[in-house]
Design a protein around this ligand. Structure first.
Ligand code: SIN
Ligand code: FE2
Length: 215
């Protein structure tokens, strides 16, 4: 017998899920330690914090950002801010390793020239989840969203452009990069509650990076 019937068992591979949606399996695995060091450096200056929805509900993830713009949510709404409201300082610059990963992944998914100005860092402990939503606080919908998953796996829900559209459930594992743009840019998406586990690099956590062109 030779090889796997399903997929190569070494190295990343691309799976096109729709015209504008590509799952790059294992794309970030080789770089994971470097990426996590960059994330830790960001988190040292702008620590992840719990935020509330505009309706006053506490979100179960903790969140920080790097880049020119950071995503914030509070009673005043969801928005991008040039300043970390906790520190009163600009967000940490986007580390070059993160920017390069996002650009290369976007290109591999068919979106060359992606130049993100915001990277949202969401941290999930077991039980943390994210309800179905669209990424629509950006000014420019012509750029894709590049989402990098690290640490514990999670079930990601990928819906359509209307909230009521059926959502496909897929497992996002450590190192997976999901890119959605073009006709799929406004897809609803969310994350089911993360199950407890132990990851060699991240312990009992999942970290998700989403790169966006905010302005
Ligand atoms: C998000 O939609 O901002 C996060 C997605 C994820 O954690 O996979
Ligand atoms: Fe999102």
């Amino acid at each position: 017998m030779s090889g796997s019937l399903f997929a190569p068992d070494d190295g990343p591979w691309a799976e096109r899920l729709a015209a504008g949606t590509v799952l790059l399996h294992g794309w970030a695995c080789a770089d994971a330690e470097r990426l996590l060091a960059a994330v830790d450096e960001v988190a040292r200056r702008s620590p992840p914090r719990g935020m509330a929805t505009p309706g006053g509900q506490a979100m179960s993830v903790t969140t920080t950002s790097c880049g020119d713009w950071g995503w914030v949510s509070d009673r005043r709404g969801y928005r991008y801010s040039a300043v970390d409201p906790d520190s009163g300082q600009p967000w940490p610059a986007m580390p070059a390793a993160l920017r390069a990963l996002a650009r290369d992944a976007a290109e591999a998914a068919g979106f060359p020239g992606f130049d993100p100005d915001a990277c949202l860092i969401n941290c999930y402990l077991p039980g943390a989840r994210m309800g179905l939503h669209q990424d629509k606080d950006e000014r420019d919908f012509s750029a894709p969203i590049v989402s990098v998953s690290l640490g514990l796996p999670a079930v990601f829900l990928l819906g359509g452009s209307r909230r009521a559209d059926p959502a496909a459930a897929m497992l996002l594992q450590h190192g997976d990069v999901l890119v959605w743009g073009g006709p799929d840019r406004m897809r609803f998406h969310g994350v089911k509650p993360v199950k407890p586990g132990e990851h060699p690099l991240l312990g009992g956590r999942r970290v998700n990076l989403t790169f966006r062109k905010a302005r």
